[in-house]
Design a protein around this ligand. Structure first.
Ligand code: NOJ
Ligand code: CA
Length: 698
């Protein structure tokens, strides 16, 4: 009898020290367990196959006992959640959020500190976060490290960029986990601020493929009042450990209970399309905190921008960037891009071609002194150069029904920007600018902070919130990677936070596979302002000595409007280049930027991607197909089109002999009538693509 009792007791104890939860379909399961010494751990299975082996959980505190051992389980509960919600702008008008949740309540025996770990199992992955309830034994605390691990089973193929604390503007490396090595990275590659602290540190989202064809993606969601998480890779054992980005004095996060960590996410599928189409990251963020969202609008825009990147004009007025003040160099050089006259030309073009907006960079005083000096007060964000008549241009744009996008380059001086922010936003409201593109090129001030630390995450989120007070939309460049906060503040419409098109103008650029990776990585956290649409692809067009080029065909540039989701999309090339290819430009004029529905037809990270999307509130569809450096042929079924309807399909494709390197501009356009029963052959050139518009025929 005694024996039986102790067996029963042991069974009950083991029940209490192990908990699990499955995704709605049962495909994915996560198991929680207290290991020896009361250490919280978890593991993840996909279709009964181990994907994450027992891995440590917990955090370490500054000047307090670590919260990763000596815990006991004091309770647990499960819940099911199934709702759908409507994003203000998005890839689809309706998003389903369906998961099972397990909350494990822990208490640390000696300190009495309470910590909950919340797991959510979705059909495309799992997420978990730490939750610190309000309690007598833990009020203010400083995180010195997070010990969260991802203990993988295999030497996966991985698409990685170095774990830089300041920049995410890198090309991707495609290697085995065991081959990750930052010492091999080309650092002389056109990026302003670089700080890579470890040889084996990489950034998330980390996209992987196992030797048996399982796609695994590690990322984070809802990074709010917390630093960005990078990953330290044990390249021999495929064990990844969280590395939080520190602040200026080496601490990671300052918190006060009640509070939560961001979600740590692991997406898993044997079909890459499930990952590229997943809305899990958005679903893990809080719903919109803006009640009236009627002022948040999608935008296609042109701008005074690429002309500076290709060297045709300058941001600054006097053409003598660096080491001078505007007061010392007040004479116009004749190369300044943001003049009243040039801006009018862009406004006219936008009005004529049905674009919503015009971005103007270099409109304000400060550019002669902006880059690289770690100077605190460079821009005031309100003083235009003498040749930029902001009042007249505002009236001109209004008369033509064109919206102006303001540019606020901070040169990394966040302290200065925050001091000026309200005046800067008042100035935008005064002159009727509904959107701002912010920029953070340079080392951060407060000095010693990194772009990805808690202070800067708070800054980027704050700018979005404060902009909402003024009903302004934000598109931030050089920010930390978005993790779905755009669900909570839908006016945070886009960010850069990866290597954009601009690199092709003045560096070795982005290889042809780059755009086949970004939708599996950076874009999982939110839209990217990638600035596609370059038609004059080789920089030798501007200067015969230049060898730089965009690593693409012209047709692929069109396809990017569909494959690279953003509700604010630039037609980035010079206006005169669009005038030279009016038939190809027609696609950019026609393509939508806000969608009712998206279907992911073909996907392989690093190789190819084909997506079809239905324009919001319309019957028209658009398809984009892109490839890496390899030519590709395939057949796609058009069964996404509405049954019984006829469509006129206009196909913009690579010419037979097109190729990104030797013949990038060659394209052809053909038209046919199709229905949902039709099939279309795609012929993608090396570095090429196909773009198709489908207009219903009545
Ligand atoms: C880098 C941004 O990504 C780019 O778009 C901008 O033109 C320059 N900084 C200047 O602010
Ligand atoms: Ca940039």
């Amino acid at each position: 009898m005694k024996q039986l009792l102790s067996v029963l007791l042991a069974f009950a104890m083991s029940m209490l020290s192990a908990q699990s939860v499955q995704s709605p379909s049962g495909k994915i399961s996560v198991d929680f367990k207290l290991a020896g010494d009361g250490q919280p751990t978890y593991s993840v299975n996909y279709k009964s196959k181990a994907v994450v082996l027992e891995s440590a959980l917990g955090i370490k505190l500054k000047d307090k006992p670590a919260l990763n051992v000596k815990f006991e389980i004091v309770g647990s509960k499960t819940a099911t959640f199934n709702e759908s919600w409507k994003p203000v702008l998005g890839e689809q008008s309706n998003i389903v959020n369906h998961y099972n949740e397990l909350t494990v309540s822990l208490v640390q025996k000696e300190t009495h500190v309470k910590m909950n770990i919340i797991f959510r199992a979705f059909d495309e992955g799992v997420a978990f976060r730490y939750d610190f309830p309000k309690q007598a034994d833990l009020n203010y605390f400083i995180i010195s490290d997070e010990v969260t691990q991802f203990n993988l089973t295999e030497n996966n193929k991985v698409f990685w960029i170095p774990g830089d604390f300041d920049s995410n503007e890198y090309e991707y490396n495609e290697t085995k986990l065991s081959e990750i090595d930052n010492s091999k990275i080309n650092m002389n590659n056109g990026i302003g601020v670089k700080s890579i602290p470890g040889k084996y540190m990489v950034q998330t989202p980390l996209m992987m493929k196992s030797p048996t064809g399982l796609y695994v993606n590690i990322f984070e969601a809802a990074v709010v009042n917390y630093p960005v998480m990078h990953l330290n890779v044990d390249v021999n054992n495929y064990k990844l450990t969280a590395q939080l980005v520190p602040n200026a004095i080496g601490d990671k996060a300052y918190l006060q209970t009640p509070c939560v960590s961001p979600w740590r996410t692991i997406m898993i599928s044997n079909d890459a399309r499930d990952i590229v189409g997943s809305k899990m990251i958005l679903n893990l963020n809080e719903p919109s905190k803006i009640d009236d969202t009627s002022w948040i609008k999608p935008m296609k825009y042109v701008g005074i921008w690429w002309e500076m990147h290709v060297g045709k004009s300058t941001w600054d007025y006097a053409g003598s960037q660096n080491a001078t003040n505007f007061a010392d160099a007040p004479k116009a050089s004749g190369k300044h891009g943001a003049t009243t006259e040039n801006t009018k030309r862009y406004i006219d073009f936008a009005a004529k071609n049905g674009f919503d907006g015009v971005l103007v960079e270099g409109w304000n005083v400060g550019w002669e002194d902006w880059n690289g000096n770690w100077k605190e007060e460079v821009f005031d964000f309100t003083t235009p150069y003498p040749d930029f008549d902001i009042a007249a241009l505002s009236a001109y744009a209004k008369a033509k029904n064109v919206k102006m996008i303001m540019h606020h380059e901070t040169s990394g001086s966040v302290a200065n920007y925050e001091r000026h922010l309200d005046r800067a936003f008042e100035n935008m409201v005064k002159y009727n600018y509904p959107a701002v593109k912010t920029g953070y090129v340079g080392k951060i001030i407060p000095r010693g902070e990194f772009h990805d630390g808690q202070t800067m995450v708070n800054h980027f989120n704050f700018v979005a919130r404060r902009a909402a007070d003024y009903k302004l939309m934000v598109n931030s460049h050089e920010s930390s990677h978005p993790t779905g906060y755009g669900r909570t503040y839908p006016n945070y419409v886009a960010a850069e936070a990866a290597r954009g098109t601009e690199f092709n103008a003045w560096s070795i650029g982005n290889p042809p596979m780059h755009e086949t990776i970004l939708p599996f990585t950076r874009l999982l956290g939110g839209p990217m302002d990638y600035t596609p649409g370059i038609f004059e692809i080789k920089m030798s067009y501007y200067d015969k000595n230049k060898t730089e080029q965009v690593h693409t065909t012209l047709a692929k540039q069109l396809a990017l409007y569909v494959t690279m989701y953003s509700p604010i999309q630039m037609a980035a090339d010079l206006l005169e280049n669009y005038e030279k290819y009016p038939d190809a430009f027609q696609f950019i004029k026609d393509v939508a930027v806000d969608w009712d529905d998206s279907t992911y037809l073909q996907a392989e990270p690093g190789d190819y991607l084909t997506i079809a999307r239905k324009a919001k509130g319309k019957e028209s569809w658009f398809l984009g197909a892109i490839t890496d450096e390899n030519a590709r042929k395939s057949e796609v079924k058009l069964d996404f089109l509405t049954k019984g309807k006829k469509y006129k399909a206009i196909i913009y494709e690579d010419a037979k002999d097109a190729d990104w390197k030797n013949n990038p501009i060659a394209y052809k356009i053909k038209t046919m009538v199709v229905t949902s029963k039709s099939k279309i052959n795609l012929n993608l050139a090396p570095g090429g693509g196909t773009a198709i518009s489908f207009e219903p025929i009545n």
